[in-house]
Write a protein that binds this ligand. Structure first.
Ligand SMILES: CC(C)(COP(=O)(O)OP(=O)(O)OC[C@H]1O[C@@H](n2cnc3c(N)ncnc32)[C@H](O)[C@@H]1OP(=O)(O)O)[C@@H](O)C(=O)NCCC(=O)NCCS
Length: 209
């Protein structure tokens, strides 16, 4: 028996790990019992591999950005940039992409243009950020723009040494009006999406103003 459905069409109940020898231990989709605990347990056995972002990644990455982030054209600092036309890194687990980061380098500065984890809170974002920081080790300043509703990102970056360096009140509302009408007016947690926040990581000297 592979499992039986009860009540909800998505909750499986059956004995776990029965006869799965030919299947990958890492693949959550192949679990007989895809409970959160079982998925996490198997994922913990499977390392995240980081590799360079390639042109051939654009297909899945663009579908992901279209679905969740309003497309590859991202607005910040009053302009749109195609964040998938930049160098970057892909995180893979069991041969499947689970995250992407892209960046833009300009002399001794680097902009983190886009980062997202398809599977959150499992170390993917940290691994991607680590790869980026290593790749641009000679850049003195790494900076990025986020939005006032993105509390998860604000926590993520500040916990990793970034400091707030600018606030542009109304910048997102302005981009919505001038550049990208598809930008939602309400963001995470139902927070009105209005402002841009900039963070920077100062290297080779202590973070601070
Ligand atoms: C910001 C973002 C990339 C972080 O990615 P992530 O993969 O969730 O990040 P991590 O898993 O490495 O770290 C997040 C937290 O999970 C925790 N974590 C990592 N592995 C874990 C595990 N196995 N079990 C429990 N917690 C874990 C980390 O300690 C971290 O907590 P901390 O920030 O308090 O230190 C992700 O939230 C995201 O994709 N957001 C949407 C896109 C976005 O907003 N991008 C930023 C635009 S500026």
């Amino acid at each position: 028996m592979r499992g039986r459905l009860t009540g909800s069409a998505t909750r499986w109940v059956a004995s776990p790990f029965d006869g799965t020898a030919t299947r990958s231990v890492c693949d959550a989709d192949q679990l007989r019992v895809p409970t959160k605990r079982a998925i996490k347990m198997r994922r913990s056995l499977c390392a995240v591999v980081i590799r360079e972002y390639q042109e051939s990644d654009r297909g899945w990455a663009e579908a992901f950005l279209n679905d969740q982030f309003g497309g590859a054209l991202q607005a910040r600092r009053g302009e749109l940039i195609d964040v998938l036309a930049l160098p970057g890194f892909v995180a893979e687990r069991n041969g499947r992409p689970v995250g992407v980061v892209t960046y833009r380098r300009e002399s001794d500065e680097c902009e983190l243009a886009f980062i997202a984890a398809l599977e959150r809170h499992e170390g993917v974002g940290t691994a991607l950020l680590g790869a980026l920081l290593e790749a641009v080790a000679e850049c003195e300043r790494v900076w990025l723009v986020t939005t006032n509703d993105n509390l998860e990102a604000l926590r993520f970056y500040q916990r990793r040494g970034f400091v707030l360096s600018a606030l542009r009140p109304g910048a997102v509302a302005d981009s919505r009006q001038r550049l990208k009408p598809q930008i939602a007016s309400v963001g995470d947690f139902g927070i009105p999406l209005r402002d841009e926040l900039e963070l920077r990581l100062l290297r080779n000297r202590p973070a601070g103003p």
